[in-house]
Write a protein that binds this ligand. Structure first.
Ligand SMILES: C[S@@+](CC[C@H](N)C(=O)[O-])C[C@H]1O[C@@H](n2cnc3c(N)ncnc32)[C@H](O)[C@@H]1O
Length: 260
């Protein structure tokens, strides 16, 4: 395997990812090793304590804080790629208010069910749709902001995800993503391990590749910025090695060009 090869066949990758998140839909850890204590995650990732306390979902499986990046406005329509148990959708719903709309998309039925029970039942402005982020169940130019938290690394076709998000965004809309990027070639046994792909490790792309994917998909004002502070939690993801030598959490932002 070379550094540029995809780690797994797409169908194997999707199956590994779906299996992992179906199992985690009712538990409390996500990325890297299962022993990670999810309860400290929100503090480390930089969520405001008030947001965490008010969120209708208590299961955060992310590696950053996309709502903190997204500058959401009252009335915005927000799309969350890989919405999991609905944590970020719940925070977004409070920010966009009663005239806004939040759509979460996730391909794991157990996650969608959990998110609906957690959030959609409490807030009529939030809905969850079962679907793949490579084929979004969302109309063209229907949303103002796309957010995502530790999901796009799991996709076997990242350029297609960015293209679909671009299609769903209105002209002048924006994308605010937290996700892992690869900073060094992973050891072969990690790169080829389906569990490592599903655990948000082996599918991470280099920041420069993500920037190129965003530009190729038509975004402007693109920035992909690895966060050095994320070493603190990423080094806890694997008891056998320090994964922060290979991956870091990053912010990924871009905008669709305004209509002429
Ligand atoms: C690491 S969890 C993050 C969940 C959520 N964003 C959060 O921060 O709590 C990844 C989620 O993305 C979903 N997912 C992974 N790949 C996907 C894909 N290609 N299409 C749709 N959902 C996907 C999984 O089912 C899982 O719920």
């Amino acid at each position: 395997m070379t550094d540029g090869d995809p780690p797994l066949e797409p169908s194997v990758q999707r199956a590994a990812v779906r299996q992992r998140y179906a199992g985690l839909a009712t538990t409390e850890s996500c990325c890297g090793d299962d022993s990670r204590d999810g309860s400290t995650t929100e503090e480390v990732l930089g969520y405001a304590e008030a947001d965490v306390e008010a969120a209708a979902a208590d299961l955060s499986l992310g590696c950053g804080n996309p709502t903190g990046l997204a500058s959401l406005e009252p009335g915005d329509t927000v799309l969350d790629l890989g919405s999991g148990a609905g944590f970020d959708c719940s925070i977004a719903a409070r920010e966009v208010g009663p005239n806004g709309h939040v759509i979460g998309v996730d391909m794991t039925p157990e996650m969608v069910e959990t998110a609906r029970a957690n959030v959609a039942g409490e807030d009529p402005t939030v809905e969850f749709r079962l679907g793949e982020i490579e084929h979004l169940p969302v109309a063209d130019a229907a949303v103002d902001v796309v957010i995502s938290n530790c999901v796009i690394n799991l996709s076997p076709d990242k350029p297609q995800v960015f293209a679909e998000a671009h299609r769903a965004l209105r002209p002048g809309g924006h994308l605010a993503v937290a996700d892992v990027v690869r900073t060094a070639a992973l050891p072969t046994e990690v790169a080829a391990d389906p569990d490592s792909v599903a655990a948000c490790v082996a599918g991470a792309a280099p920041a420069a590749d993500v920037e190129a994917m965003l530009r190729d998909a038509g975004y402007v004002d693109v920035a992909v910025e690895p966060e050095d502070d994320s070493r603190e939690f990423i080094r806890e993801w694997d008891p056998d090695r320090d994964l922060s030598d290979y991956i870091l959490s990053a912010t990924m932002t871009g905008r669709t060009p305004a209509a002429e």
